[in-house]
Design a protein around this ligand. Structure first.
Ligand SMILES: Nc1ncnc2c1ncn2[C@@H]1O[C@H](COP(=O)(O)OP(=O)(O)OP(=O)(O)O)[C@@H](O)[C@H]1O
Ligand SMILES: [Mg+2]
Length: 548
C-alpha cells in the first residue's frame, strides 16, 4: 500500500446501521424484540402480523400498559428504557428488555410506526420515524401498543441479500411466536401471515399450551417436571420415552422467562433418556429454570439469545435431576438397546417406543389385498382398509434403517468410479458422513474413487447410481451440522433406492413392505413428511354406506 489508511469516525447514520445490524438480523429478530416489549408491558394478548415473510410488514399489537404522549417518542431513542436506571439494576434484570436499544435499532433499518395509549389517557399517540425525522401526533388507539415495521432493510440492500426466501423467513417468525407462546401460556398469542390467521393460542395452562403449539399427541405424552432447591427451581414438561424426534426442534428452554439456546442444556435434558430412548431419538421438552437474577448475566449476546450463568454446570445439572425424577416411572434399559427379533430386525429399539404402533397395527398384521395402479398397496387391517403409498412407505422404512446405523456390506471387488473435478471436490469433505451410513468411499488417485461398501439396507443398489444421487444432494448439505447432513443423505439414499410408483410388487414383496412399515418408528409419514398410508376405518365405511 502506498499510503497508510487514515482513521476516521464513522458518520452517525452509518454507525447506527452497523450497530442495528447486531440486534436486527432478520424479520424474526424484529418480532422477538417486539414480543418481548409487549410482555414487559404486561400484555395479556399479543398479536403478530407479517406480510411477505416480514419484509414488507411486521405488526405486533398488545393490550399492555401503553406509552404516554410524553414517553412514546423517547422509546425510539438509543439507550432510552423504562426498565433499568442504575448499574445495580443491570446486575439483576427481571424484564426481557434492558438496553433501550431495540426500537431505535429497528427504526434505523426500517420505517417504524408506534400507535399507543395508556389507561389514563383518553387520546392515543402516533409516533412515526422516517430516517432521523420523528413525528408525533394525537391518534385514536385502544389501550396498549401496536408497533408497525415496514420495508425492513430498505436502506441496507446488502443485508436483504442474506435473507432466505419470504417463506423461510416467515417460518422463522412462526417459530419465534411459538417459542414465546410456550414460555408464557397465560398470555394469548395470535399469528397472521399474509392476512391468514395461522396460529391462535388462547390463554391456557402450560400443558394446554403445549397441545396448541406442538400438537395434542405431544401434550398427551408429556410428564410434569418439578424440582426445587434453595435458590433454584426447574419446572415444565418433558416427553415420555414413548415419543421422540430426530432433531432438537421440540426442545425449549427458558431461564427466568427468557428463551435460551444452549447445546449444554440439551445434553443435560437428554441424559436421563439414555437407556430409555434410542440414541438417535431426541426428547421433546419445555423446561423453565428460575434462579436469582443476580446469578444470570443476560447482557452477553447482541440479540439476547444466550445468557451466562455463574456455576452453569450445577444449574444445568439440576435439569438432569429434575427430568430424571420425572422419568422414574419409565424403567431404564441398562447397556445396549436389545435388538428385537423380526419385524424389528436390525433396528435398535426400546420396546416401549413401538408398543403403540405394534398394538394398534400388528395385532393381526396387515394383509395385502392387491396393488392399485402399481402405486398403492391396498391392505386389510384390524381397523379397516389401509391404503399404502408404496414409495413413501418404502422410503420411510429404508430411511429408518439407514439412520439406525446397520453399517455397510463390503463390495467385492470394490467398485471404481471416475468423477469430474468438481464432483470430486464436492465429495471429499463428506466421506466421513457417508461412512457413517455404511457407504465407504475412498480416494483412488486423480478424480477416481473406490466404493468399498454399501449401506446394508441398500446393498443391492448400483453403487454409481447411488453415488450420483448423493452427489446431487451434497451442495444442499453445506451449512448443516453433521447430524443434519447424515439425515439428508439418508433421505436422499432412501428416496433413490425405494420402490417407485409404477413398480409391480409380488404378494410377498407387499407383505414384507407392510410388515416393515408397521414395525417402523413413525410409519405415518415418509421422511419428507408426506403420508405413507391412509386408514379407512370400518366405522367410516359404515357411515358412508349409511349403516350408522
Ligand atoms: N409494547 C410496548 N408497550 C409499552 N411500552 C413499550 C413497548 N415497547 C417499548 N416500550 C417502551 O419503550 C422503551 C424502549 O423499548 P426498547 O425495546 O427499545 O428497549 P428496552 O425494551 O427497554 O430494551 P431492549 O433494547 O433490551 O429491548 C421500553 O423501555 C418501554 O418503556
Ligand atoms: Mg425491548
Amino acid at each position: 500500500m502506498n499510503h497508510s489508511p487514515t482513521i476516521h469516525i464513522l458518520p452517525p447514520e452509518i454507525a447506527e446501521r452497523i450497530a442495528a445490524g447486531e440486534v436486527v438480523e432478520r424479520p424474526a429478530s424484529v418480532v422477538k424484540e417486539l414480543i418481548e416489549n409487549s410482555l414487559d408491558a404486561g400484555a395479556s394478548a399479543v398479536s403478530v402480523e407479517i406480510r411477505n415473510g416480514g419484509l414488507s410488514l411486521i405488526r405486533v399489537s398488545d393490550d399492555g400498559c401503553g406509552m404516554s404522549r410524553a414517553d412514546a417518542p423517547l422509546a425510539l431513542e438509543r439507550f432510552a428504557t423504562s426498565k433499568i436506571s442504575t448499574l445495580d439494576d443491570l446486575e439483576a434484570i427481571t424484564t426481557l428488555g434492558f438496553r433501550g436499544e431495540a426500537l431505535s435499532s429497528i427504526a434505523a433499518v426500517a420505517h417504524l410506526e408506534i400507535l399507543t395509549r395508556t389507561r389514563d389517557e383518553l387520546e392515543g399517540t402516533r409516533v412515526r420515524a422516517e430516517g432521523d425525522q420523528v413525528r408525533v401526533e394525537p391518534a385514536a388507539s385502544p389501550v396498549g401498543t401496536s408497533v408497525t415495521v415496514r420495508d425492513l432493510f430498505y436502506n441496507i440492500p446488502a443485508r436483504r441479500k442474506f435473507l432466505k426466501s419470504p417463506m423461510r423467513e416467515g417460518e422463522l417468525v412462526r417459530q419465534t411466536v411459538i417459542r414465546y407462546s410456550l414460555a408464557y401460556p397465560a398470555v394469548a398469542f395470535r399469528l397472521v401471515v399474509g392476512g391468514r390467521e395461522t396460529y391462535v393460542a388462547p390463554p391456557a395452562t402450560p400443558l394446554e399450551r403445549i397441545g396448541t403449539a406442538l400438537g395434542r399427541e405431544v401434550a398427551a405424552e408429556m410428564v410434569e417436571v418439578a424440582w426445587e432447591a434453595a435458590d433454584l427451581r426447574v419446572w415444565g414438561y418433558a416427553s415420555t420415552p414413548t415419543i421422540g424426534r430426530r432433531d432438537r426442534r421440540g426442545q425449549f428452554f427458558f431461564v427466568n422467562g427468557r428463551p435460551v439456546r444452549s447445546g449444554l442444556l440439551a445434553v443435560m435434558l437428554e441424559r436421563p433418556y439414555a437407556g430409555r430412548l434410542p440414541p438417535q431419538r431426541r426428547p421433546l421438552a419445555v423446561i423453565h429454570v428460575r434462579l436469582d437474577p443476580h446469578l444470570v448475566d443476560v447482557n452477553v449476546h447482541p440479540r439476547k439469545a444466550e445468557v451466562r450463568l455463574s456455576q452453569e454446570r450445577s444449574v444445568y445439572g439440576a435439569v438432569t435431576r429434575a427430568v430424571e425424577a420425572a422419568l422414574a416411572p419409565y424403567p431404564r434399559q441398562e447397556g445396549e438397546f436389545p435388538a428385537l427379533e423380526w419385524p424389528f430386525a436390525g433396528v435398535p429399539v426400546e420396546p416401549g417406543v413401538v408398543r403403540e404402533a405394534r398394538a394398534e397395527y400388528v395385532a393381526g398384521g396387515l394383509e395385502p389385498l392387491g396393488q392399485l395402479r402399481n402405486a398403492y398397496i391396498v391392505a386389510r387391517g384390524r381397523e379397516g382398509l389401509v391404503i399404502v403409498d408404496q414409495h413413501a412407505a418404502h422410503e420411510q422404512v429404508l430411511f429408518e434403517r439407514l439412520v439406525g446405523g446397520e453399517g455397510g456390506r463390503p463390495l467385492s471387488p470394490p467398485v471404481r468410479v471416475e468423477l469430474t473435478a468438481r464432483e470430486a471436490e464436492l465429495l471429499e469433505p463428506y466421506l466421513g458422513p457417508l461412512a457413517d451410513l455404511g457407504m465407504e468411499v475412498e480416494p483412488f488417485g486423480g478424480h477416481a474413487f473406490l466404493v468399498r461398501s454399501l449401506p446394508v439396507p441398500l446393498a443391492e443398489q448400483e453403487p454409481r447410481v447411488l453415488l450420483d444421487a448423493l452427489l446431487e444432494e451434497l451442495p444442499r448439505c453445506r451449512r448443516l451440522d453433521p447430524e443434519a447432513v447424515r439425515e439428508r443423505l439418508a433421505m436422499k439414499a432412501a428416496c433413490t433406492a425405494a420402490v417407485k410408483a409404477g413398480d409391480f410388487l409380488t404378494r410377498e414383496q407387499m407383505q414384507a413392505l407392510l410388515d416393515d412399515l408397521m414395525a417402523s418408528w413413525s410409519p405415518a409419514t415418509c421422511p419428507h413428511g408426506r403420508p405413507a398410508f391412509v386408514l379407512l376405518t370400518v366405522e367410516e365405511l359404515e357411515r358412508r354406506f349409511m349403516r350408522r
